[in-house]
Ligand binder design. Structure first.
Ligand SMILES: Cc1cc2nc3c(=O)[nH]c(=O)nc-3n(C[C@H](O)[C@H](O)[C@H](O)COP(=O)(O)OP(=O)(O)OC[C@H]3O[C@@H](n4cnc5c(N)ncnc54)[C@H](O)[C@@H]3O)c2cc1C
Ligand code: SF4
Length: 510
């Protein structure tokens, strides 16, 4: 059963074998697999339970409803916006459905540098296959590649750059283009309509509007989880406490370290909250004579991997991706005022966006401020600033090659380029914080896996080095930047962990 906060009229005191915190790509998979394995599971989610009827396709209504901090979660210097979901199903409810398995060279790197065991590509295969089957992962049909994506593909093909049409987790997609605001047709196979209902069916008790404040540990074991039941405006109304034999923390790479730091647990290594990678991204926009209408159709289907070669070098590189925005988001991201801004927006329907997404070694940190809120710091290092500049030049080339009449690099003081212009103008502007919008949809690595308890927070099986009955399972456990879209990796690591917990149950709770 899924219980909403408004249905809870007294303080809640529950007991369970397993308490899972967070219902996104990590938590929903854990809850389903453990409930199906016969465990008594309580799943706690801080956000609301919304369904297709709630997804109105309006930015002004959906951004506050579905996103952490209304879509305005920022680094402390306000230079990077970080988008994360806050609802049953987590960020999978409004993600863009690219589906990629964990790159093999990254798994090899994690084994080599962090000592991960039993996590080769072959050993991950059963988890990849189970997850892909649940999420109905398949190739995006050629006829569903929209014009925006086609333009980027055309530019790449003319320049000889490698790209591909990716796989996705959609079924009977109407190509409405509203993925970022929740799918009103239940076509997107997010956790909301796959793993969460399956966990429910298997008997998990699911509570929405229940943000966890603290995990209580005593005598080397986790004992309970506490927090407040909140209303639609996130104001505390009741209290809850769940006593559990085992806890799985899956609140995402920002909120999981926040909870651990507030609870003062599982940080013997001092690594909780460190090593934050963001896959930061910067966009360029090309304006064409013809209509593009990039906001209709599947938003992202083409994927440019010319500038990343993980086999050759698993530590660096960048991906180029199509990007589009709804009118208000676009207007806030674009520079200029008055007539200049209005001129850009007038070309909204003729615009193609493309972004550079960095496989970053730059590392930031999540701490908690005196109110217990996450304090996120992150600086793009000098080398990656250079790589961004190189990537932005490639974006401009691609847009011009497919017929853009002008290209905008959205610096505060906008840089407009025309066909034939010297692209070194981008080098001169560079990438300095707060001069150009930077965004992240993939925060990761803040509670990393590893076999050395001095350098990592959890083991190769996502088990806390400090507390035997505490597991972490979300993007925070990646030992380094993934260098690929992360939802399949997150869900597959969760699947693998759930099967480990199922097999080791007696020892884990002894
Ligand atoms: C706009 C966008 C587009 C994306 N596009 C893609 C894509 O195309 N392909 C891809 O592979 N990946 C994509 N991603 C990333 C993908 O969605 C994530 O990798 C994945 O959802 C991460 O899973 P997670 O479990 O770590 O976190 P989430 O899915 O974010 O789940 C964490 C959950 O924990 C809950 N929570 C947080 N704090 C608490 C608390 N205190 N108490 C209780 N619950 C709490 C949150 O509300 C949330 O529901 C995208 C992400 C975004 C935001
Ligand atoms: S494009 Fe497909 S998956 Fe996205 S919102 Fe529309 S129907 Fe749903």
């Amino acid at each position: 059963m899924i219980t909403k906060g408004e249905q809870i009229t007294t303080d809640l005191n529950l007991t369970a074998e397993v308490c899972v915190i967070g219902s996104g790509a990590g938590g929903a998979v854990i809850a389903k697999e453990l409930a199906e394995g016969g465990r008594d599971v309580v799943l706690l989610e801080q956000g609301g339970h919304y369904t297709k009827e709630d997804f109105t396709q309006r930015e002004d209504e959906m951004m506050p409803l579905l996103y952490e901090d209304m879509g305005q979660r920022m680094t402390v210097d306000q230079s990077i916006v970080i988008l994360q979901g806050r609802n049953v199903g987590g960020s999978t409810v409004h993600n863009l459905c690219y589906c990629f398995r964990t790159p093999q060279p990254i798994l090899e790197k994690w084994k080599r540098e962090d000592g991960l065991v039993d996590m080769s590509y072959e050993q991950m295969l059963p988890s990849f296959e189970r997850v892909e089957k649940m999420l109905k992962v398949k190739e995006i049909p050629e006829e569903q590649v929209n014009k925006l994506n086609h333009k980027i593909r055309e530019g790449c093909e003319k320049l000889g750059y490698h790209g591909l049409v990716s796989k996705h987790n959609r079924e009977n997609c109407t190509t409405s283009g509203f993925c970022l605001l929740g799918c009103p047709f239940d076509a997107k196979q997010s956790m909301l309509i796959t793993y969460v209902p399956a966990a429910d069916k298997a008997g998990a008790r699911i509570f929405a509007n229940c943000p966890v404040e603290k995990i209580i540990a005593q005598a080397g074991r986790v004992r309970a989880v506490e927090g407040n039941v909140v209303d639609a405006l996130h104001r505390p109304r009741r209290k809850f406490r769940v006593e559990a034999q085992l806890v799985v923390l899956s609140a995402g790479a920002i909120n999981s370290p926040q909870i651990l730091l507030k609870s003062a647990i599982a940080n013997g290594s001092g690594q909780v909250g460190k090593n934050l990678h963001l896959h930061p991204s910067v966009l360029l926009a090309g304006v064409y004579d013809e209509e593009i209408n990039g906001y209709t159709g599947i938003p992202q289907s083409y994927y440019v991997d010319e500038f990343i070669n993980l086999e050759k070098n698993p530590d660096t590189g960048y991906i180029l991706m199509p990007v589009y925005g709804f009118p208000v988001t676009t207007a806030t991201q674009l520079p200029g005022f008055g007539r200049e801004h209005s001129e850009i927006m007038r070309n909204f329907h003729r615009t193609v966006g493309i972004l550079v997404l960095m496989h970053d070694q730059s590392a930031g940190r999540v701490e908690v401020d005196r109110n217990g809120k996450p304090r996120i710091s992150y600086t793009v290092n000098a080398r990656e600033q250079q790589l961004f500049v190189e990537g932005m030049r490639h974006c401009a080339e691609i847009l011009f090659a497919s017929g853009a009449k002008k290209v905008l690099a959205p610096y505060d003081n906008p840089l407009w380029l025309k066909p034939g212009d010297d692209l070194s103008a981008i080098d001169q502007r560079g990438l300095r914080p707060n001069e150009i919008p930077i965004a992240s949809t993939h925060p990761q690595s803040t509670c990393k896996m590893g076999e050395d308890p001095r350098r990592s927070v959890v083991s190769s099986w996502c088990q806390s080095h400090d507390l035997k009955n505490l597991f972490l399972c979300d993007m925070g456990v990646f030992p380094s930047s993934l260098g690929a879209p992360p939802q399949i990796t997150t869900a597959s690591i969760a699947d693998r962990t759930a099967h480990y917990i199922r097999e080791q149950w007696a020892q884990l709770i002894a």
